[in-house]
Design a protein. Structure first.
Length: 217
């Protein structure tokens, strides 16, 4: 239980704040940023400038979902395995004399050795990729748990109106300014609540939550 004024926490069963005399609420009161809007814009712009320079120096830091990586690796593993195994079987049939024709004769010489090495490399790459799928699958599940945790916490504490009120955003403000302030606010509170999350993952969540909160922007 929480006091809506002094934000003191009480154990279950207590109904009134001992200091303020106000009825307690179940959810922790939302903390609004009361600093002047000009100061917020200045700070956030400096933050944005540093992040932009960092992204330029580090290259493309766009977050790729673990599920996307998993599907890409699975497709690559199957493709390499299929080509590798198929090529090796083809060479075996050629050396065994099962495959007739001039192509089979060429495969028995130097060309066959080169192709055999290539197909073996494909097979090894496919096997290594397949072995990594188990670990990547665990990362997919962990990513989904992190996403669910962030989604549940954020929407239990904030709404579109709460974000705009906290940043003192008016309907007459320019869309670019709204996007900038809202995005920075969402990422800031997520970073505070989930400091262990990757920065690129926080950017991904920020974009996702923004689109959900402000679909018409």
């Amino acid at each position: 239980m929480w006091c809506p004024k002094c934000k003191a926490e009480y154990r279950d069963g207590i109904k009134v704040c001992a200091d303020c005399g106000l009825p307690l609420v179940e959810a922790q009161p939302m903390q609004l940023d009361t600093s002047p809007v000009e100061e917020k814009i200045g700070v956030l712009k400096r933050m944005d400038s540093r992040e932009t320079l960092q992204s330029l120096s580090d290259g493309n830091n766009a977050y790729v979902k673990k599920s996307t990586k998993y599907e890409d690796m699975k497709s690559s593993a199957y493709a390499f395995l299929l080509v590798g195994v198929g090529g090796i079987v083809l060479l075996i049939l050629a050396f065994a004399g099962v495959l007739p024709g001039p192509l089979a004769e060429h495969m028995k010489g130097l060309m066959g050795i080169v192709m055999g090495g290539m197909f073996l490399i494909f097979f090894v790459i496919g096997m290594r990729s397949a072995c990594k799928l188990g670990g990547l699958k665990a990362q997919v599940l962990a990513e989904q748990q992190q996403t669910d945790a962030a989604h549940s916490w954020f929407y239990n504490n904030y709404s579109a109106k709460a974000v705009d009120v906290s940043m003192e955003i008016n309907a007459s403000d320019e869309l670019q300014q709204k996007f900038f302030l809202r995005s920075q606010f969402i990422k800031r509170v997520l970073c505070t609540q989930f400091p262990d999350y990757e920065d690129s993952f926080l950017d991904f969540l920020t974009e996702q939550f923004y689109e959900e909160l402000f679909p018409h922007d």
